[in-house]
Write a protein that binds this ligand. Structure first.
Ligand code: BGC
Length: 750
């Protein structure tokens, strides 16, 4: 299938949405005529070697002296992983004062969910369903990182992940395109700042594209996404981030349908540049240009260098391919200097927009003062609170009644593991600044907390838990912190079994047998398969890896000082064998219809059929918890959901009203979600798709009439004719607190 992409109307519409820059051009990254003039002026003075130098990114390492000469000669355009402000100043000084053209350096770092003050992992950020909070967190990260000279972060990761075996599910927003797109915009605005200044950090949207669909959930593996899947599911978050002004983009490691992303001209040129008009900087992933040789997509490094440039790569991260071969390739005529000029323009544009030419240095003294600022810790705490998802709470075990509770047993391998609660990609987080749940609970419940770890780390195997059980018997309530350490998720850290690892399930079982109330808190980088653990706890709070302030945030939730409001950003499975299972799957010809499970029937000899619909005999058709699910200490009721009309034209907006009531005893927040099903399409459509959400705070007992508006154009998709449009017909809409409940409201698009 090949979809024709150059729909004039589409391009026109997107052009109108973009900010205009000089000379009738448009710039997605906010460039203007003045900036473009400066770019041309610098470019006109550059030698070919200096141009190629700008396209070279290297990792800092060791002493500045080791690469000072290369900087002086203009052979490096960007350095990653230097965060010492004094060294950054020295690097900048060499570039600005000692290189021929004085072009400042772009200093980059993986600031993925906070710099020193670490916020919850991105999957946890998505669980907040609160873009404003996520934007604030990215702003904090930018303020801290820029103070030390880092002006480019390799974040946000926008890879849709429908397979929790993939370790990098921790780094993204989960399985949903719409949620991912909203988080993408929030992070871009947060890093870059709504008004650019010296705290602006260029965002890098990654990994382009499809990387999260790695076969078998094994990192770096091939993907086989059709163009329609790319366009309907995987590309929209990137497009939203480009529209939000993301200044840079990273190619991905995977090959899709045989074409490695770093050499994929269709996505990097046709879609990104030509359709979306992106004029920011495209960087490879670490050595992903060189790895095209391992993919067998080129004979040698020279070959893949030419392929990457032709596909639209501007900067080479750590292949040293451009710097080694581009000059030869130009001289031999295999590559044009024009292509190099374009790449350099894109690089200089970002440097100019960041104001690096005017102000390349940082104030070292001041840089220390902003790290871990009280307001930053406060923001990290609020975000960690909002990211925890309450999955079970029988008999209102939580929150603990501090008047009634006399002794609390804290146990489990993650109760006091400061490094692990920071999660993957927290290079700059420090364990000495991290507050663990144990420390925070001791402070919140002075003199009442006993601590018996039970397991020193998650993988420990143990048969008996006599010490923990004895301590549990002396307590009124047990809080067990289980899950997985930071090292068990993230890049190249994939798993084929998602049950609680080691003897953690046995620990919960032993605690249950003590007869005391058991609260489980799961810290993890992915949705683990915790079905077998649910009967062994009264309450379960899923906190992902909550970051620096995870301890205080969890203590506030456990004590009722804060009320859980997170929702699952990804489907929680019963068993790893259900992978992939996600809420917005296409309608099948034989939808599941409550067929019987193996355990409910007696197998008779010769029996051949149990229902002939789409489900598993042993685990059914439903996940453990659906997408968008999460409990609160209070209750929420929806009533009177309605649309303003029965039928809409494609240029209308749906106007939705609903009354939301807080029916419980606590003030709290509910994530109101709107889902839509397109009943008939030119191609089969998802059973439901999230089209809007909003986190709404209500006082105990309060009711509020809410209204939302969704442009009908949001229902557009890439159909059989290879065009994106709204197809007329019948639709259903749900307003609900998760993806599995609510009553459908019919409407038509004419
Ligand atoms: C990762 C990227 C990261 C880069 C630089 C790579 O291994 O895939 O996400 O930004 O390293 O550290």
């Amino acid at each position: 299938m090949r979809i024709t992409v150059k729909s004039t109307l589409l391009i026109l519409a997107s052009a109108l949405m973009l900010q205009s820059c000089g000379g009738g051009q448009v710039s997605t990254v906010g460039s203007d005529q003045e900036t473009e003039k400066r770019i041309e002026s610098i470019l006109s003075r550059m030698t070919l070697a200096e141009k190629i130098g700008q396209m070279n990114q290297v990792s800092a390492g060791g002493d500045v002296a080791s690469y000072a000469e290369a900087l002086r000669k203009g052979q490096i355009g960007s350095v990653l992983n230097e965060v010492d402000p004094e060294k950054v100043n020295e690097l900048q000084r060499i570039c600005v004062e000692e290189s021929r053209l004085g072009i400042p350096l772009l200093v980059a770092r993986d600031v993925i969910h906070g710099f020193h003050t670490v916020f919850p992992i991105p999957l946890g950020l998505a669980a907040t369903f609160d873009p404003a909070l996520v934007e604030q967190g990215a702003r904090v990260a930018a303020v801290e990182a820029s103070a030390q000279g880092v002006r480019w972060t390799f974040s946000p990761m926008l890879d849709i992940a429908r397979d929790p075996r993939w370790g990098r599910i921790a780094e993204g927003s989960g399985e949903d395109t719409y949620l991912d797109a909203r988080m993408a915009e929030a992070m871009v605005h947060g890093y870059q700042g709504r008004t650019p200044d010296s705290t602006s950090v260029a965002a890098c949207i990654k990994h382009f594209v499809g990387y999260g669909a790695a076969e078998g959930g094994r990192d770096y593996n091939s993907t086989f996404l059709t163009e329609r899947q790319l366009r309907n599911i995987y590309l929209p978050p990137f497009e939203a981030a480009v529209r939000a002004g993301a200044q840079t983009l990273m190619t991905s490691f995977n090959d899709n349908d045989g074409v490695p992303s770093t050499g994929n001209a269709f996505v990097l040129r046709d879609v990104l540049r030509d359709e979306w008009g992106f004029d920011g900087l495209v960087v490879t992933d670490w050595n992903s240009m060189g790895e095209m040789v391992s993919h067998g997509f080129g004979t040698d490094r020279k070959d893949v260098v030419a392929k990457a440039l032709a596909a639209g790569v501007d900067m080479d991260m750590m292949t040293f391919g451009f710097i080694s071969h581009l000059e030869d390739l130009v001289r031999s005529g295999a590559v044009s200097e024009k292509a190099i000029d374009n790449a350099v323009r894109n690089i200089l544009r970002v440097k100019l927009l960041l104001g690096l030419f005017e102000n390349p240095y940082v104030d070292v003294e001041a840089s220390r003062a902003v790290q871990y600022a009280p307001a930053h810790l406060e923001a990290a705490c609020r975000t960690a609170e909002a990211s925890a998802v309450l999955l079970k709470n029988d008999n209102g075990v939580l929150p603990l009644d501090s008047g009634e509770v006399r002794r609390i047993l804290v146990t489990g391998p993650l109760a006091d593991a400061p490094h692990d609660q920071l999660g993957t990609w927290s290079f700059d987080g420090e364990k000495d600044h991290t507050v663990t749940p144990l420390a925070a609970l001791r402070e919140r419940f002075p003199g009442k907390v006993d601590y018996v770890p039970g397991l020193r780390y998650s993988r420990e195997e143990r048969e008996r838990f006599d010490d923990v059980v004895a301590a549990a018997r002396r307590a009124d309530v047990v809080i067990a912190f289980v899950g997985e350490e930071a090292i068990l998720s993230g890049e190249a850290h994939c798993l084929s079994n998602l049950d609680l690892i080691g003897s953690q399930s046995a620990l919960l079982k032993a605690l249950r047998a003590s007869g005391k109330r058991v609260v489980a808190v799961v810290m993890a980088g992915r949705p683990l398969t915790i079905e077998r653990d649910l009967p062994n706890c009264d309450a379960l709070l899923y906190s992902f890896h909550p970051g620096t302030m995870g301890g205080p945030a969890l203590a506030r939730l456990i004590s009722g000082d804060a009320v859980p409001s997170g929702k699952t950003p990804v489907t929680f499975l019963r068993t790893v064998g259900q992978v992939p299972m996600y809420y917005n799957h296409n309608m099948t010809g034989r939808p599941y219809n409550n067929e019987r499970l193996l355990k409910d029937i007696e197998l008779e000899a010769g029996q051949t059929s149990l229902g002939n619909t789409s489900y598993y005999l042993d685990s059914g058709a439903a996940p453990l918890f659906p997408f968008g699910f999460g409990l609160s200490y209070t209750g929420f009721a929806y009533s009177g959901a309605r649309l303003d009309k029965d039928a809409y034209s494609p240029s209308d907006s749906l106007s939705i009203s609903v009354t939301l009531s807080n029916t419980g005893k606590y003030d709290g927040a509910e994530v109101v979600q709107v889902y839509v099903r397109d009943l008939v399409g030119s191609v089969t459509r998802p059973v439901k798709e999230l089209k809007y959400f909003e986190k709404v705070w209500l006082k105990a007992g309060e009711s509020r009439e809410l209204s939302f508006s969704i442009p009908v154009s949001e229902l557009a998709f890439w159909g059989l004719d290879g065009r994106k449009k709204v197809e007329a017909g019948d639709f259903l809409l749900w307003v609900a607190g998760d993806s599995a409940t609510g009553e459908p409201i019919p409407f038509k698009v004419l």
